[in-house]
Design a protein around this ligand. Structure first.
Ligand code: BGC
Length: 885
């Protein structure tokens, strides 16, 4: 166990970050010993091993073995003492797949929350804890961090990474990797490169120009390789400018060439498109590799390619060398992983809580609605939200942590903190959020309008039967009550982050957990029961579905769908409040591409003043309470089809309407947003006093949220991504297999600035219960790195932390267009009440440069560069000019 050394290293980095952040320079402790990738002793041992290996053994090292116990796996070569590589998925924690051991691990907050801490030293502690858990659950390779820069917050997987700025992302990733690798565990930086959407992710072509690649999408790799030396990198599924990532020369030229990466590149799941081309262009290991005779592109095919001279012996040596180098260098030979679970779950849980505290962003706080003050004016509190009573909000897909070591829901955390003198009520307001909410179009008919056929008076929802054929043949595989018809079955259910209240999701996930994936394949299904409208009004009812669906109301066919695309079909109907109508929905669809199963929703549209019974109950609670806390969430996931990206930035299930209705009923309404990437606040923010953006806040979410709402902890997180006012301000998800990165380097806030768009909340924004003043800016330019020195003062009576940010303006060049503002450095400064501190932030020369595609060099234009220092990208407190020579 390397706990002590990693803690002291983290402490050192923490101390360093208080005074100065040298982005781009390794910490003093790291500089002393040569890193594993520059250690002559490591090279010598690797060469000795290589000398003993046969061609077949080298090819075997380069070819994983499918082993369901692990994310990926590579078998040992016992003859020469090379250990196995059991790998675990991340990056939010360790996803243990081995069902033979207790699989509980710490579910940390999402990458976006880690990014929002702007605290690489804290994230280094997270990495250390994750590495420790990986090791003690039997792994020596961790499949994280994810440093994909999202082009758009609509991307289903944006929650995994550290936000939209490459400097922030690369700095946080470096902390994470240093933490992981303080254990005998290697980190895997992924997914190289241009991975920005789930739609068509196995094939789409990322058309991205060379400068944008260098300045934005590949930049986190450059920083992380320089500062933290990850042992492995993973190439992505997609193509880049016509060539699949795992056979793209960029692995050689950029990653290994320009950035000096000396570890190995492994493929994403079955993302190896070829043998010789992939090997020669830099892929070192195919994963998951052999899945039966001749199924792999490496393995026997690689041996044959070497025999034929299509891959040189030297290149095969290089592949094996690159795999062995981090294994030797990071101590994977000496200390074999154990599945003894000897990690400190309580300490790691406390760390998860700290990340949720530091990573939650207070977007708005009017009339000092926050902090809540129990006892005084606060005697009753209405907690509202579909999943406020559980801790299920997390990202789905390979990053899911299904079994947390403990969980505390927002409701439980708030109840515990509020104490006996505050009456806390709970109302869901809408149904639990699930992957069905990724279907576009109008929202599902809520369960409180539905009564299952054959059910009791108190039952809600519809009677559901599912068959694993498309013809309703034989006995149904499942017979249950579903709260709503809102199905989007497939890959996402194997790694589900759905509400426990979504029976349809829970059942499918439970089957998948037993290795039965039939429900996520071709299915038929039937739902039956009654619909009872909450008021007499004009409604629209209908279906959103892929495949054949028929909705019958009172025995009459009302709407039908067919075809291979998800479509929405509905029509108007006048319903009398309280009157039951029989409902029957017949549905069947064949599976698509092995990853996408049935997709169907029974939807409604209604006048804004007609609320479902569940929403009315929530509003009544809010009206009767002194304050209301609405906890909202969405569903974001890795997936493999169009309906894995987010259809809009709206909160699903009319949670925006829920917030507006609650906000009208109680002026002291606080919203806690649990979405992994930014979601729209513009449709509801005027109705509420305060907004806390908590991302996916992990297993300790309830404790952390209560700490912040009640003011036991002062909010200090800052947005790592812009909150757009609407979808028109951000790139959409592309559907024709080509993703044109036509915005170039103007990604995220760089684009908002360039196009003069006003977001709801700008990049870097985040409020505190303290006030911070900035004074006396001194800038130093010249021929090297520049610096910005200024005094930061806590002008309030309570302790707090400020993340001071340094941006540069446009570069003095006529040759390329540069962003009006770019993050160049930052520092997180904890300050006691009234304390002041003089801080210096380095502006690396690289930040004062652009990538010149013509000469293939970074160019630093000489001249005057504007520098902005402030509390967000828009809240500039000090400004000046540096002379760059
Ligand atoms: C994901 C990777 C993951 C791998 C192994 C893929 O679907 O894209 O991030 O590491 O699966 O589970």
């Amino acid at each position: 166990m390397s706990g002590t050394s990693l803690r002291s290293r983290a402490a050192l980095a923490g101390a360093l970050s208080v005074a100065v952040i040298f982005v781009g320079a390794p910490s003093a402790a790291l500089a002393q010993a040569p890193p594993w990738d520059a250690d002559p002793a490591v090279e010598q041992r690797v060469e000795q091993l290589l000398d003993q290996l046969t061609t077949e053994e080298k090819a075997d090292l380069a070819t994983g073995e499918l082993n369901n116990f692990f994310g990926f796996y590579n078998n040992p070569i016992e003859r020469v003492g090379i250990p196995a590589q059991p790998m675990a998925d991340g990056p939010i924690g360790v996803r243990v797949a081995n069902p033979e051991i207790d699989r509980r691990t710490t579910r940390f907050p999402s990458g976006t929350a880690m990014g929002a801490t702007w605290n690489p030293a804290l994230v280094e502690q997270v990495g250390a804890a994750i590495g420790d858990e990986a090791f003690h659950t039997g792994h020596n390779t961790q499949l994280g961090p994810s440093v994909d820069i999202p082009r758009s917050p609509l991307w289903g997987r944006a929650f995994e990474g550290y936000g939209e700025d490459p400097l922030l992302s690369g700095t946080i990733a470096s902390g994470y990797i240093n933490g992981i690798q303080s254990n005998p565990v290697m980190a895997t930086i992924k997914h190289f490169v241009g991975y920005v959407q789930e739609t068509d992710r196995f094939t789409y072509d990322a058309r991205v120009d060379d400068r944008t690649l260098h300045e934005i999408y590949a930049k986190p790799y450059e920083l992380a390789i320089q500062n933290s030396h990850p042992g492995a990198a993973m190439c992505a599924f997609n193509r880049i400018n016509g060539v699949y990532a795992c056979e793209n020369p960029l692995m050689n030229t950029l990653l290994k060439g320009d950035y000096g990466f000396r570890g190995f590149v492994m493929s994403d799941y079955n993302a190896t498109p070829s043998t010789a081309r992939a090997a020669n262009n830099g892929l070192d290991q195919e994963q998951p590799g052999d899945q039966g005779p001749d199924s792999a592109n490496f393995g026997a095919r690689l041996v044959a390619a070497v025999a034929a001279g299509d891959v040189s012996e030297g290149r095969l040596d290089d592949m094996a060398r690159r795999i062995l180098r981090p294994m030797v260098g990071l101590g994977l030979f000496e200390t074999l992983p154990r599945a003894d679970r000897a990690f400190d779950a309580d300490a790691h849980s406390a760390l998860a809580r700290q990340v949720a505290q530091e990573g939650s962003v207070l977007l708005k706080n009017e009339r000092r609605v926050l902090p809540l003050r129990p006892g005084g004016r606060l005697r009753s509190l209405a907690v509202i939200g579909p999943d406020a009573d559980n801790a299920s909000a997390q990202g789905g897909g390979s990053a899911v942590i299904p079994f947390a070591t403990r969980e505390i829901s927002p409701l439980a955390g708030i109840r515990a903190r509020a104490g006996d003198n505050v009456r806390v009520t709970y109302a869901a307001g809408t149904d639990g959020v699930n992957e069905g909410d990724l279907l576009g179009g109008p929202v599902p008919v809520p369960s409180t309008l539905l009564r299952p056929a054959g059910g009791g008076a108190a039952d809600r929802g519809l009677h559901a039967r599912y068959w694993t054929n498309t013809t309703f043949d034989g006995a149904p595989k499942v017979d249950q009550t579903d709260p709503e018809v809102n199905v989007n079955f497939g890959f996402q259910n194997w790694f589900s982050a759905a509400s426990p209240k979504a029976t349809q999701s829970a059942t499918v996930a439970a089957f998948a957990a037993r290795g039965d994936f039939s429900l996520t394949g071709s299915i038929s299904a039937r739902w039956e029961g009654n619909l009872i409208a909450p008021a007499t009004a004009e409604y629209t009812l209908g279906l959103t579905a892929r495949g054949d669906a028929t909705l019958r109301i009172d025995g009459e066919v009302f709407a039908t769908t067919s075809g291979d695309r998800v479509v929405t079909v509905g029509r108007a109907i006048r319903l009398v409040g309280g009157e039951p109508h029989t409902i029957r929905i017949d549905y069947s669809a064949a599976a698509l591409n092995g990853y996408q199963g049935g997709q169907v929703r029974f939807f409604w549209q209604h006048p804004e003043d007609v609320l479902s019974p569940a929403m009315r109950d929530a509003v009544a609670d809010a009206r009767a309470a002194d304050a209301a806390v609405v906890v909202v969430r969405d569903y974001e996931t890795e997936g493999a089809a169009r309906e894995a990206d987010r259809p809009t930035l709206d909160l699903p299930k009319e949670q925006d309407l829920l917030i507006r209705a609650v906000g009208r009923a109680n002026p002291n309404t606080v919203v806690v947003v649990e979405t992994g990437a930014p979601s729209k606040t513009s449709t509801w923010e005027d109705s509420v006093g305060a907004i806390l953006h908590a991302w996916y806040p992990g297993q300790e979410q309830g404790g952390a949220i209560a700490d912040l709402l009640f003011g036991d902890v002062n909010p200090s997180g800052k947005l790592p991504a812009t909150v757009p006012a609407d979808e028109g301000q951000v790139p959409g998800i592309e559907v024709d297999d080509v993703v044109d990165f036509d915005e170039g380097v103007f990604v995220g806030y760089r684009g908002f600035g360039q196009r003069g768009l006003t977001p709801s909340y700008p990049f870097g924004h985040g409020l505190s219960y303290s006030r911070f003043a900035y004074r006396r800016l001194q800038l130093r330019g010249g021929t090297g790195d520049a610096t910005a020195t200024f005094t930061l003062r806590n002008a309030s009576n309570r302790a707090g932390s400020e993340v001071a940010q340094v941006y540069i303006g446009r570069l003095p060049t006529r040759f390329v267009a540069t962003p009006p503002r770019q993050l160049a450095g930052f520092v997180r400064v904890p300050l006691a009440a009234r304390q002041r501190e003089r801080v210096t932030v380095t502006i690396p020369r690289r930040s004062l440069s652009y990538w010149d595609s013509g000469s293939q060099h970074w160019v630093t234009p000489a001249g005057r560069v504007q520098v902005y220092v402030g509390s967000s990208s828009e809240d500039v407190r000090l400004a000046g000019v540096v002379n760059v020579r």
